[in-house]
Design a protein around this ligand. Structure first.
Ligand SMILES: NC(=O)c1ccc[n+]([C@@H]2O[C@H](COP(=O)([O-])OP(=O)(O)OC[C@H]3O[C@@H](n4cnc5c(N)ncnc54)[C@H](O)[C@@H]3O)[C@@H](O)[C@H]2O)c1
Length: 344
């Protein structure tokens, strides 16, 4: 039996508390240190996990020999500096999304991790969701035929952030899934949004992604909306799928619907027949995605294999976010992505 992996968590706020709880519950990990610059937040977390040392200084955590891996759940603006410091201290790192707020910063982190052979994993939580995994398997088996387009909705009335807009706060989730299903980066991105509540922080953003071969995706994110929606609609040439994470158990519905081309072509319209077949609700595991994600990180630190959502995946999402932000600031003109590449 090998020793449990020693972990330190930086940022014990709303989401950090969930990560702390999940990592602490894993049998092959041990929470060694907690760090937050906010003393009140830190003491709340420390009270629940007295076995971990508490500090307001990241230097203390990085100097500790019993902390082999660091979990960064501080606000997004801090990610770059904290991840860089942790990697340079020789730690493996899990960082919440987004990996960084600038493409060059994300590239630098990927490079440091690669050169120092450290594990760098980004918290693109949905890729660990059993529903998204089932959807990916359907796409890989060819059940849906050719993928035509995807649209997603991530809206609710919720936490209004001051330091990042709804694009950077919510869209990493949607974008990570879309890139994963399409296995490609978009050619260009157009985004429009509005800041209704405070200064220039957009509360609602509509995002349009254009891929090679005519595929496209649309993302709607907002924290100023009467509905709570967490939904993807995927349209393929053979079938269509809806993944609705607000459903308690029937999260995936596969629609055997489409438009087929007929045999005897008289006119173009006659050749198209609408097919409206059965709806299948596959059984999917109800395991908590966050726990699966945390276990994945611990497993990759142990076996040194590449994580499903490694640094390159984090960088691909940051590239789309940066192009979307540039589009947002220029009134919605499509902004091309640099170096389109397959991301797997
Ligand atoms: N995966 C998800 O579904 C999900 C959900 C919510 C938030 N998040 C991500 O988690 C991160 C944190 O979000 P949150 O809602 O918990 O924010 P939050 O503001 O509630 O918490 C952030 C904490 O980080 C601390 N902090 C900031 N700078 C620090 C530093 N230099 N060193 C140590 N601590 C520092 C703050 O004091 C605060 O307690 C963000 O990146 C966010 O995008 C992910």
């Amino acid at each position: 039996m090998t020793e449990p992996l020693g972990l330190g968590v930086v940022g014990t706020g709303d989401w950090g508390a969930n990560l702390v709880r999940n990592f602490a519950s894993l049998r092959d990990a041990r929470l060694m240190a907690l760090c937050d610059t906010d003393r009140e937040r830190l003491s709340q977390a420390a009270a629940r996990f007295p076995q971990a040392r508490a500090t307001t200084r990241i230097e203390d955590l990085l100097a500790a020999a019993d902390v082999q891996a660091v979990v960064v759940a501080a606000s997004a603006a801090q990610h770059y500096a904290l991840v860089k410091a942790a990697l340079e201290a020789g730690k493996d790192v899990f960082v919440e999304k987004p990996l960084a707020l600038r493409v060059d910063h994300a590239e630098e982190l990927v490079r440091i991790a690669r050169d120092s052979r450290r594990v760098l994993m980004v918290g693109h939580l949905l890729l660990y969701h059993p529903g998204v995994r089932a959807l990916k398997e359907m796409v890989q088996r060819g059940d849906l035929g050719d993928l035509y387009y995807i649209y997603s909705q991530r809206v609710n009335l919720g936490k209004v952030r001051k330091d990042e807009n709804a694009l950077w706060s919510f869209a990493p989730h949607d974008l990570s899934v879309i890139l994963h299903l399409f296995e490609a980066e978009p050619v260009d991105v157009a985004a429009r949004g509005s800041a209704y509540l405070q200064g220039n922080v957009e509360d609602v953003v509509f995002l349009h992604l254009r891929f090679a071969d005519g595929r496209m995706a649309h993302v709607h994110v907002s924290w100023l909306d009467p509905h709570k929606l967490r939904k993807f609609t995927v349209v393929g040439s053979r079938k269509m799928v809806v993944f609705d994470d607000m459903e308690a158990s029937e999260k995936i519905k596969v629609y055997d619907k489409g438009v087929d081309r007929g045999g005897q072509i008289v006119s173009y319209g006659d050749a198209l027949t609408v097919r409206s077949g059965d709806i299948l609700i596959p059984r999917i595991s109800l395991q908590e995605p966050l726990r699966l994600e945390c276990q994945h990180f611990v497993d990759r630190v142990r076996d040194r294999a590449a994580p499903l959502t490694g640094g390159a995946n984090g960088l691909a999402v940051v590239k789309v976010l940066a192009a979307a932000q540039a589009s947002l600031e220029s009134g919605g003109v499509p902004v091309p992505l640099v170096q389109p590449a397959r991301v797997g």
